[in-house]
Write a protein that binds this ligand. Structure first.
Ligand SMILES: CCCCCc1ccc(-c2ccc(S(=O)(=O)CCO)cc2)cc1/C=C\c1ccccn1
Length: 240
């Protein structure tokens, strides 16, 4: 197949992001602070600033029963579901379909007072990865979103300030084998979800506002999104 202009960048970014997502909190550098916890969901952040702007890296780990990593990534990647779970979205368009596993999105997020409204332009790539720990086990699935340029949509030329983001959703499914002679059901499934994100707000926004937004929005987003996937899949055949 002919290579797309973004292909080398996508390959590299996916490798880096997946290896970082696989690291435990202890390994991937010090300074991680637990800032939200809800049942199986744990959210960590590192306080970092670039040119006086808050760009706190975020790492969330969540374990959800009854769904697979493929189902989680499928509902995260595909545009047709996004308005159902992404509450801060004001508008979303797919600017380019590079391939069936790689799209370019333009999204505007609802304005958060007193900061100006933000938009994001990023490529999004979904991929299945071999399960290195257990060859016969279910595959690992990942979606990586990374800011990119588009000739028709230069940053900061309209009402929105362009954010720069890198996001990695990494999902590892575990199957607890059912009792002898009983068939596999969703009760035998659990999925370990790791969500990593670094969002540079693009233009100035008060550190206190940004940190309050992230503290409020990220736990809400991950809980709402995983509940959405459970609800969407509960009466459907399991997608491995
Ligand atoms: C002053 C406010 C600045 C922040 C505005 C903002 C920028 C980016 C983003 C954002 C968050 C998640 C993604 S994604 O994981 O790729 C999924 C696809 O949508 C892409 C973009 C959001 C928000 C605004 C609110 C906000 C912040 C966290 C969590 C949720 N909402």
């Amino acid at each position: 197949a002919i290579q797309h202009r973004l292909w080398p960048e996508i390959e590299k970014t996916v490798q880096i992001q997946v290896s970082m997502a696989k690291m435990g909190i202890g390994e991937c550098g010090s300074g991680w602070q637990l800032f939200a916890e809800d049942g199986e969901m744990k959210m960590y952040r590192r306080e970092e600033e670039v040119d006086g702007m808050v760009v706190d890296p975020l790492k969330a780990v969540h374990i959800v029963k009854g769904i697979t990593g493929h189902e989680v990534c499928h509902h995260f990647f595909n545009p047709q579901y996004r308005y159902d779970w992404e509450t801060t979205l004001e508008h979303m368009t797919v600017l380019e379909t590079i391939s069936e596993d790689t799209l370019v999105f333009l999204q505007t997020h609802k304005r958060i007072w007193p900061a100006s409204q933000r938009d994001g332009l990023f490529w999004s790539h979904i991929r299945k990865l071999p399960n290195e720990k257990d060859r016969d086990g279910p595959d690992i699935w990942t979606v990586v979103n990374n800011s990119t340029d588009h000739p028709d949509y230069p940053p900061n030329n309209g009402k929105c300030v362009r954010v720069f983001l890198t996001v990695c959703l990494l999902c590892q499914t575990t199957v607890d084998p059912p009792k002898e002679g009983t068939s596999l059901t969703r009760d035998n499934l659990s999925c370990k979800i790791t969500y990593c994100s670094v969002v540079n707000p693009g233009g100035w926004a008060p550190a206190s506002v940004l940190r309050a937004v992230y503290k409020r929005e990220y736990p809400k987003f991950l809980k709402r999104f995983t509940a959405y996937v459970k609800n969407q899949t509960k009466n459907k055949p399991i997608m491995f």
